[in-house]
Design a protein around this ligand. Structure first.
Ligand SMILES: Cc1ncc(COP(=O)(O)O)c(C=O)c1O
Length: 440
């Protein structure tokens, strides 16, 4: 490792100078485990960055990618196509999307999926002669990727602060309410109060100016923020009543994370557009997909048949190698029944994480599907690392004990691969309990 020149790589979302003084380098990833350069094996309690839902380095995906690279490495997606693009779109419509959502636009990331969905929403209203509908509504603490549309939607201040004006967005409150602290799954309180804010926003800006509401059904990167019971339904009702499109950003929640293909399917709340990425290819090859309702698609299928209906797309949309990886991933999800497995393991996961409820310094513990978060009291820990919050110190200590979790601010977040076993759950929460006790 000492031979690596760390100078030239400008790392994303990383304190580059601090990292380069003390680099943490991964060398291997298999199943639930990652290996560090010093040879230590650690449990990956975050599925990479919420993406390796079927576990790491699956041979089936690697072989599909290799075969595809040798057969056809690339195909121009503008005006041409290849068979796997259609096959994948069909399977996403039939196996992943909820009823009524059956058209697929391919991108290369979650950020591109978000910006694609925002553009589709604006263009949709123009197609209907309602070009004034350009505004969007999002939420505080939302993460919608890092392209300009997604940054405008973002509810995380550091992700917006350095980048100047964006699109016309307003932001509703996030849904992490103190009265729901320590809930198992969705909290009981607050749906009416939170949805009322949307009514107020619509009254303020007028529906004739609003293109879409975009929300993560469960906010991920902003701290695993779970909606209270009934909230998503109320948001859907308001959007329908006022003729506003609803976009679910399911970059994290799709592909089994909550025990179903999508949060929309799980909750029975159907938006007009769903953005996805990450678990689509098990994180192995960059790819995203925007899933659209037939109604949205049909609105575009008018005018001269020889002109593109949507002037939008990427050089790598429906890339053959990404399609091959996604098809192999969907095979694994289906054959190993991983979404059902996630639903089954959600209960032991819930029981495991709520062992931390009694820690004196945890202010909230929450879970949904195979996702969990622990909030720690603000500030540094008695025996913590200088410059780190208590949560970050606990995460650093947990790493020493062989577990990788994600710490942001005062929150520790976890989203393990769906292949997790009871033994991993025990190890993760034993280690976190020990780590929290040690840092104080
Ligand atoms: C809800 C959500 N939307 C969008 C994105 C952006 O995805 P990507 O990093 O693939 O661009 C993320 C990434 O974590 C996400 O969680």
């Amino acid at each position: 490792m000492s031979t690596i020149n760390t100078e030239h790589y400008w790392m994303p979302f990383t304190p580059n100078r601090a990292f380069k003084k003390n680099p943490k380098i991964y060398t291997k990833a298999q199943g639930m485990m990652m290996t560090l350069a010093d040879g230590r094996e650690i449990i990956d309690a975050t599925a990479g960055l919420w993406c390796t839902n079927a576990g790491h380095s699956r041979p089936q995906i690697a072989e599909a990618v290799q075969r595809q690279l040798l057969e056809m490495d690339y195909a121009n997606p503008f005006g041409f196509a290849h068979e796997k693009a259609f096959e994948l779109a069909t399977r996403l419509a039939e196996e992943i999307a909820p009823a009524g959502i059956n058209r697929v636009f391919f991108t290369n990331s979650g950020s591109e999926s978000v910006d694609t969905a925002l553009k589709i929403a604006r263009a949709y209203w123009r197609k209907q002669g309602q070009g004034n509908k350009t505004r969007f509504i999002a939420r505080q603490k939302a993460y919608h990727g890092v392209n300009m549309g997604g940054v405008s939607a973002a509810g995380l201040t550091p992700n917006r602060a350095a980048f100047g004006p964006g699109l016309e967005f307003s932001h509703l409150s996030h849904t992490c309410l103190p009265e729901n602290a320590f809930s198992r799954g969705m909290g009981e309180h607050g749906a009416d109060k939170l949805a009322y804010e949307l009514e107020q926003q619509i009254a303020m800006y007028d529906a004739s100016n609003i293109a879409a509401v975009i929300i993560e059904p469960m906010a991920g990167a902003g701290g695993v923020i779970i909606p209270p019971k009934g909230y998503l339904q109320k948001v859907r009702e308001l959007c329908s009543e006022h003729n506003i499109l609803l976009i679910f950003d399911e970059v994290i929640t799709a592909y089994g994370r909550l025990g179903a293909g999508t949060a929309a399917g799980l909750t029975g709340v159907t938006p007009d557009l769903i953005t996805t990425a990450k678990g689509l290819t098990n994180g192995a090859v960059p790819m995203g997909a925007v899933l659209a309702s037939q109604q949205v698609y049909d609105a575009f299928m008018q005018g001269p048949e020889t002109a593109p209906e949507l002037f939008h797309g990427y050089t790598y949309s429906a890339h053959p190698v990404a399609c091959a990886a996604a098809l192999a991933t969907l095979d694994i999800y289906r054959d190993e029944k991983l979404f059902e497995r996630a639903a089954k393991m959600a209960k032991p996961w819930e029981d495991g994480i709520h062992r931390l409820d009694d820690l004196a310094l945890s202010t909230d513990v929450r879970n949904w599907g195979l996702v969990g978060a622990i909030d720690f009291a603000a500030g540094p820990a008695a025996n913590g690392t200088e410059g780190l919050t208590r949560a970050q110190s606990v995460a650093a200590k947990a790493l020493e004990k062989g577990i990788t979790v994600r710490a942001a601010g005062n929150t520790i977040m976890m989203s393990p691969p769906l292949i997790i076993e009871q033994g991993h759950i025990d190890q993760i929460f034993d280690s976190l309990l020990e780590a929290a006790a040690e840092v104080g």
